[in-house]
Structure formats: structure tokens, C-alpha cells
Design a protein around this ligand. Structure first.
Ligand code: GYE
Length: 328
């Protein structure tokens, strides 16, 4: 996956700055050159598994309203079969544009082909698909998840610089088969493998939810008495794990160091409070850019195949400073 996107980027894809600020300028103009009719956008969301997802849904709904786009929103409740049904229903309704955030990476070729045959452009939002035929969609807007995993690994390498003792790491993975789970795992592993003192002693899915994060961490704590670090693929699983760590009489952030991804408000609060040590940001505010792309695609304009979200990282001190202005 990462090699493909590297190629796409080299081919001139656009890196847009400031996730919240982009694409808003012509937001109220209603269809750029599409003949004035209101654009209908069918959007299939993953579900409501995390704080990130809630913020993402809000961003999409609000920016559709601002852009004057008629949004048909469908919640897949974490199931690929529901998403495929939703996409087929959008095709049957002949919406102008389809966008979706694929629950998992594989298994989309048939339905994407159906959309292409019906001449309905598709925009991938937030997560990628592994289809070889990239003509099946117009654009993919979202983060570089491999890079996020690498940033998590790089913090760890710095944190333990000069130390020789083994560092026992447990990992809470996102939804099995989802692009952010695959890529955040791969990016992290790629960075820490350079030093054999880093040992991932357990790695299991926590489904991107607090409940599962807590449950799996409880099991980890029972099996492994000497965990040094938790790497969770999102804040919610990290927050669930914090509850398990505290219930086991340990201090999160001190006895067990915690790295997560997302930087939603609850995660940032735990970071500022010393219970998480480092968060790699992943922006959910994709709505304005998505509406902009939908208008362009509908107007038959060329759009970049890859639109990359710009993101940062937060230490505890940086979280304290950023929290008062955090929107989600
Ligand atoms: O990190 C996680 C969510 O696809 C980037 O999905 C998204 C991920 C996000 O449930 O919290």
C-alpha cells in the first residue's frame, strides 16, 4: 500500500495544509460549473466506534450543509456487507457522487466496478482499498497511516535512547483488515526492528473501541507481569486500557508508557494529565476537502488521485498547550 501511495505522491498528488481550513472558500457556492443543480453525495460511514469517527461524521455532515450538498448518509455499523449494500443503493438511486470510508481494505472491486459502469464517480475517504485498478475511484483523501506508525516508533526509540534493557511492548491493533490497523502496525514495526531490545510481546485487536481495548489490556496484564509500553492504534483503545491498568494497581504513563494515535479531546486530556505519553495526530476533519472534491469531480474537473492530510504529534506539554483550542 505505502509504495503505491509514494508513487502517487511522486506523480504530483496534492498535499493540503491545515485539515480544518481547506476547501472552505467556495463552500457555499453550490456546484462548481455543474449546471447549478444541487449535488447529491452518497456517503457510507464505517460506524461509530471511536471519538475520531464521531468527529469525522460531524465534519462531513456539517460541511455538506455548508456546501449546499445533498448528503445521503449511511452508517455501516462496522460491517463491510452493509457498506456494499449502501453503495449499491446509492448506485440504484443514481446519486451524483459516492464517497465511503472502507471498513476493511479488501473486497471492493466488484461494487466499485458497478459504480464505474453506472458512471458514478467514487471518492475514498479516510481509508484506502487494495484494488489494483486505481481507475475504480477518482481520489483518496486521508492520512498516511504507515507514517503515523513510524512516528509512534520514533518516539519510542528516542525515549529509550542509550538504554540497553529489553523493552516489553504490547500492541492494541485496530479493526482486523482495516487500512489504519495494517499500516500503523507495519510503520511501527519497521522503525523499532532496528533495535533488538524492543520486543512486541503481544499484539491483538481491540477493534478501535474503548470496551475492547480495556478487555484485551486486562488479559495482557494477567499474562505479562512486566509490560513496559503500550502502543494502541487509537486513543479510545488506549483510554480503555488505562482503566485496566489502573484497576491492576499500576500507573498509566509511568509504570506503563502509552503511545496512541488520533489526538481526540479525551486522548489529549489523558496526555495532558500524564496518563498517556505521546499521541500521533490523525485528523478526522475531512469534510470540507471532501465536499470540494465532490464538486470538482461532478464538474468533470481533474482531481489529484491522492489528497494527503497534514498532521502533527503531541507530547504531554504540547497537549496542555493545545487542549483549550481543541475542537474535537
Ligand atoms: O484512527 C480510529 C477510527 O480510520 C483513521 O478509525 C480512522 C481510524 C481512527 O476508528 O479511531
Amino acid at each position: 500500500m505505502s509504495r503505491k501511495w509514494t508513487a502517487a505522491l511522486l506523480a504530483g498528488a496534492l498535499a493540503l495544509t491545515g485539515p480544518a481550513g481547506c476547501g472552505g472558500e467556495d463552500a457555499g457556492s453550490g456546484g462548481s460549473g455543474s449546471g447549478g443543480g444541487k449535488i447529491t453525495l452518497g456517503f457510507s460511514q464505517v460506524g461509530a466506534e471511536s471519538g475520531w469517527r464521531t468527529a469525522n461524521t460531524k465534519s462531513i455532515q456539517e460541511s455538506a450543509a455548508t456546501a449546499g450538498i445533498d448528503l445521503k448518509f449511511s452508517d455501516a455499523q462496522g460491517k463491510q456487507e452493509n457498506q456494499i449494500k449502501a453503495l449499491r443503493s446509492f448506485i440504484a438511486q443514481r446519486v451524483d457522487v459516492i464517497a465511503f470510508s472502507p471498513v476493511v481494505e479488501s473486497g471492493w472491486d466488484t461494487v466499485l466496478k458497478e459504480a464505474k459502469d453506472a458512471d458514478i464517480p467514487v471518492i475514498l475517504t479516510d481509508r484506502a482499498v487494495d484494488s489494483q485498478d486505481t481507475s475504480l475511484y477518482k481520489s483518496f483523501i486521508g492520512s498516511d497511516f504507515v507514517l503515523e506508525g513510524k512516528k509512534a516508533g520514533e518516539w519510542l526509540v528516542k525515549e529509550y535512547e542509550g538504554k540497553t534493557d529489553t523493552v516489553n511492548i504490547v500492541e492494541l491493533q485496530g479493526t482486523p483488515g482495516a487500512a489504519p490497523a495494517n499500516d500503523r502496525k507495519a510503520g511501527f514495526a519497521d522503525v523499532i526492528k532496528a533495535d533488538p531490545k524492543f520486543k512486541v510481546i503481544a499484539s491483538q485487536t481491540g477493534q478501535f473501541t474503548r470496551t475492547d481495548g480495556k478487555e484485551v489490556m486486562e488479559a495482557f496484564l494477567k499474562t505479562y507481569p512486566d509490560i513496559d509500553v503500550l502502543y494502541a492504534h487509537n486513543d479510545d483503545m488506549g483510554l480503555g486500557a488505562i482503566e485496566a491498568i489502573e484497576a491492576a494497581g499500576k500507573k498509566p504513563g509511568t509504570d506503563i508508557k502509552i503511545i496512541t494515535v488520533d489526538a481526540v479531546k479525551d486522548g489529549m486530556t489523558a496526555l495532558a494529565g500524564g496518563k498517556i505519553n505521546y499521541i500521533v495526530e490523525c485528523s478526522p476533519l475531512l469534510g470540507p476537502q471532501l465536499m470540494d472534491l465532490a464538486k470538482k469531480v461532478k464538474a468533470g474537473e481533474q482531481v489529484p488521485q491522492r489528497v494527503l492530510t497534514e498532521e502533527t504529534t503531541f507530547t504531554q506539554e504540547q497537549a496542555k498547550a493545545a487542549l483549550p483550542d481543541r475542537k474535537y
